[in-house]
Each structure stands twice: as C-alpha cells, then as structure tokens.
Design a protein around this ligand. Sequence first.
Ligand SMILES: Cc1cc2nc3c(=O)[nH]c(=O)nc-3n(C[C@H](O)[C@H](O)[C@H](O)COP(=O)(O)OP(=O)(O)OC[C@H]3O[C@@H](n4cnc5c(N)ncnc54)[C@H](O)[C@@H]3O)c2cc1C
Ligand code: SF4
Length: 336
Amino acid sequence: MRAFEFHRASADPHALLAQLAAQTAPENTQFLAGGTTLLDLMKLDVMQPEQVIDINALDTSDLGEIRLDGDGLYLGAMIRMSEAADDIQIREQFPVISQSLDLAASPQIRNMASLGGNVLQRTRCSYFRDTSYEACNKRKPGSGCAALEGFNRAHAVLGTSDQCIAAYPGDFAQALMVLDATVDILSATGQRRIRFAELHRAPGATPHLEVNLAAGEIISGFRIPPSPFARRSLFLKIRDRESYEFALASAAVAIDRDGDRLQQVRIALGGMAAMPWRAREAEAILAGQLADDDLFRRAADAAFAAAQPRRHNAFKIDLGKRTLIRALQQAMAMEI
Ligand SMILES: Cc1cc2nc3c(=O)[nH]c(=O)nc-3n(C[C@H](O)[C@H](O)[C@H](O)COP(=O)(O)OP(=O)(O)OC[C@H]3O[C@@H](n4cnc5c(N)ncnc54)[C@H](O)[C@@H]3O)c2cc1C
Ligand code: SF4
C-alpha cells in the first residue's frame, strides 16, 4: 500500500465540502465509509488516492436516517447494509431491497459496508484487480483490455463496449432501479438530485469514468417514491455457491398487477451488464398482458436480444433468461 494522508471529517459536511472545493486536486481524494472495497483496492495498488477522508463522523440526518412517510422511503447513504436489510418496514413494504442486501456479501461485510459505498463499488474483473496485467482500460485508460481475449466467464453480455466488458458487481443497485429511486448528492455548491438510473455510465470509450459524480461530491441518500410496485417485488440471485458470492445472474422485478393482468412490470438485471441494467424491452412486452409462462419467455428473449457473448460467457444468456422467468413467476405467486 502506498503512503496517503488520512483525515477524519468533522461533523459538518459543508465544512468538508468547502475544504475539498478549495483543494487543487479533489479527484485524488477517496471517502472512507465502511472501507470494505476501498481498502482492498488500495492494498492491491489498483486505487492510489493521495488523501482518504473518513466520513463516518459526519453528523447529519441526511446520511444516517431511514425514514418512511408520505413521500416514500428515504435511505441515508451511511446506513449499513445489514441495518437496511433488517428494517421491518423495508422487509414488509420493499422486499426487493432487503432481499438484494441479504444476498450480498457476508454478514460481517454487511455490518460494516454502507449503502452509498455499495452502489459505488468497482468491478470484480480479475484483470482490473491484478496490476500485473498491463492491459485494463478501466484501470489505465488506453492500455487495452485483457479480458476481451482472456478468461471472461464472469463478464458482461449487455451494455459492453470494445474497450471494456466488465460486469457491474452490486446487488442493491438493481433493487433501487426497479423502485425508480433517486439519489441525493451533496457538493460544495449545494445539493442536487438525479435519478438512480443516471448514476452509472456505460463504458463506451471511457470505461474509467464509471459514475456521474464530480470529484468531491458525496451521496447523502436514496429516495424511493411511493408506488404500487413496491410490495410485489423480489430479488433472485444465482451464484456459483450459496455462501457469500457475487451474482452470475440476478433479476430484480417489481410488478403492478390486476388479477392475472400485468399493469406494468419493472425489471433490472445484475451479473449480466456493464452497469445496473433496466430491461425496458422486456417490460414493454409484459405491460398490459395476461401473465403466463409463454409471455415471460418472450419477455426474457427481448431482454437479451442485444446480448453480445464472448468466448467463455455465452452460457450467461440462457442463465439470465431463466433467472428472469423464474423471478417473474415467483413475484406473481407472492402473497401480499
Ligand atoms: C468478499 C466480498 C464479497 C462481496 N460480495 C458482494 C455481493 O455479493 N454483492 C454486493 O452487492 N456487494 C458485495 N461486496 C461488496 C460490498 O458490498 C462493498 O464492498 C460495500 O458495499 C462497499 O461499501 P463501503 O461502505 O465499505 O464502501 P467503501 O469501501 O468505504 O467505499 C467504496 C467507494 O465509495 C466511495 N464512497 C463511499 N461512500 C460514499 C458516499 N456516501 N458518497 C460518495 N462516495 C462514497 C468511496 O470513496 C469509495 O470509492 C462484497 C465484498 C467483499 C469484500
Ligand atoms: S473488462 Fe474492463 S475492467 Fe476488465 S480488463 Fe477489460 S477494461 Fe479492464
């Protein structure tokens, strides 16, 4: 690990943001929330921040609160994964959220890791995490991509580019997507709000630029509006082993139905794509239709119509379709 400056932010986020804005290179700063991703990547020499700021002492309800009221659900970014997963109101009213968190990582990590850090975690592409491989456009822009011709079993089939085929690894993001969440962001100039679906960037020609956050901006929380989708929602995750493991395929689904007729369905896929992936083509097939297995199969085909398999990951397309069909079947059968 390289030398770096370590600071603990005081209670006032505005003081921290003003101090960062006054620095010449705030992009060399990383925030420490749970540290479960950041410290790993620093030890591997993949991330080399010159300054690490522990934001655990920031004293504001924006970051530390779970709130459910007429405006919907608010989740502060510093809430630990286990705290949100165990919240009884979230379990009952937003099952896709608690399930996505329950199935992510191990209990120890969930106790430590924050929701904000979770959505900002970086890919598990082994060429990205191993600096003895020179070629990785995400780690070193312009260096190439070792995964294109390498062992790419875990890599993405949707939303990739010829510069990067890494899969987005998180689970919680897919739950936020199907609930149409927004993200509150603090900066030195104030607060802004974006749709969660706009937080992550497709790799394109600049895979090193992963999110639409400026240097020094802090995610303060996530807002989930009230919706008829939330109760009938679930997260299904398929992985190589049942103990803690990242998704090979996952599907978050949320359904608004009238009897057997689907009013509207929202779908987000994990393990399959370069970023949290909303399957809008599949949603369009399902909207307004009577639910049955044939319809679900057609929706799954539509979700993967644009998939681009590589040498070792073509199996993911069939796996992804079957995961989505099963998630839809299980969501329809939920008793709420
Ligand atoms: C063995 C293992 C297995 C795992 N399995 C899974 C899994 O199956 N599913 C899954 O989803 N995840 C999994 N994870 C990832 C884990 O969930 C993340 O490491 C964790 O959620 C990151 O949160 P953190 O608070 O520790 O982030 P940190 O490591 O503290 O920070 C991560 C990044 O986010 C930035 N950051 C943190 N908070 C903020 C904020 N509020 N505003 C702006 N920037 C911020 C930091 O600067 C840093 O760049 C696994 C991790 C490990 C080690
Ligand atoms: S897939 Fe992306 S992260 Fe992995 S080696 Fe290629 S450029 Fe790097």
